[in-house]
Design a protein around this ligand. Structure first.
Ligand SMILES: [Zn+2]
Length: 324
């Protein structure tokens, strides 16, 4: 392929125009991602930058990448297809042969209830719960533990399980983590002490579909929802600010439109960790676009903090006297 041809494509091809000819897009360039199964649109096409990006599965690239991936063809074939698209104009006859196969949706796997119940029976051997009790009244801790189904695990001595229970009270899985009972920080040496219950149980062909931590607390109310990254922060914030439903997303990547469907119609406030504000603001803007019935906003209380990784939980613990 001649470099002049490549230059021609890069200059002439408008990714928005090309992608729009293949899948439906909104005026601002949002649409359902053809590279993973989803009900709402996580794909964003940016004409100015000449790129596409999926917030759901992470697929990204330029116009040639999109055509290659969408049609499962080589780089050269994609190039030729785009060249034809611009020269001929009547691309519809060619495009109709390329209907993408929808990805097969496997049934969501769940954790057996008896394993879940066994883990939430007591909190005597749980470093996280011990740390929580250093800062809050015993009845507040007990209430929070019951609300969020905080579990204990022997996978590591005194480890904690944060169960992901969805709105149907199905147990998607649980994250096992080990905390320092004095500092409340996660133990990351000599290795990061984090694992999944389904992995530890070695359940065959487990199809993990994560939900929000605390998602079941959405049932039976129409409260404002606050979303933080870490489970620990959601629990601590729920003790101090009980009028809202506090959920943890685990990470920004997990905050997809598909997962946010359970929030439909609500007022939602996002609480980024320090250093992550621009990315969360971009995500809020995107979610407002694709979910017009739901309102997402980013809380700005920590926007001017500079200590990287500092989050709402650190803020609350630092200011405990103020809340008491
Ligand atoms: Zn995708």
């Amino acid at each position: 392929m001649q470099s002049s041809q490549l230059k021609f494509i890069k200059e002439k091809a408008d990714i928005l125009q090309v992608v729009k000819s293949l899948i439906p897009l909104t005026a601002k360039g949002y649409g359902k991602c053809p590279f993973h199964t989803e009900k709402s649109g996580s794909l964003k096409v940016e004409s100015k930058k000449g790129i596409f990006k999926c917030f759901g599965c992470g697929a990204s690239g330029d116009v040639i990448d999109f055509v290659m991936k969408y049609k499962s063809i080589t780089y050269k074939e994609a190039f030729t297809w785009i060249a034809d698209f611009y020269r001929i104009g009547d691309f519809k006859d060619q495009a109709k042969d390329f209907v993408p196969e929808p990805a097969k949706e496997l049934p969501v796997s769940l954790i057996p209830k008896n394993i879940f119940i066994r883990s939430i029976r007591h909190y005597f051997h749980n470093n996280f719960y011990e740390w929580l009790n250093r800062h809050f009244a015993p009845e507040s801790c007990f209430h929070a533990a019951n609300q969020y189904f905080i579990g204990s695990s022997k996978h590591w001595n005194n480890a904690t399980v944060f169960w992901q229970v969805d709105c149907d009270l199905s147990i998607r899985s649980g994250k096992i983590m080990l905390y320092n009972p004095e500092t409340g920080k996660r133990i990351k040496e000599p290795y990061n002490h984090i694992n999944w219950v389904h992995k530890v149980l070695d359940l065959p062909d487990f199809n993990l579909k994560q939900c929000f931590f605390g998602e079941h607390l959405l049932n039976g109310n129409n409260k404002m929802v606050c979303i933080v990254e870490s489970e620990k922060t959601a629990i601590v914030a729920s003790i101090v600010y009980p009028d809202q439903v506090w959920l943890a997303s685990g990470s920004l990547v997990n905050l997809t439109a598909e997962r946010c469907e359970v929030l439909k119609g609500r007022e939602v406030i996002l609480f980024p960790d320090v250093g992550a504000f621009p990315a969360w603001e971009e995500k809020a803007e995107y979610l407002n676009q694709v979910m017009p019935d739901t309102h997402f906003a980013v809380d700005q209380s920590l926007a001017n903090y500079t200590q990287k990784g500092f989050d709402l939980c650190d803020y609350i613990i630092d200011n405990l006297n103020h809340f008491k």
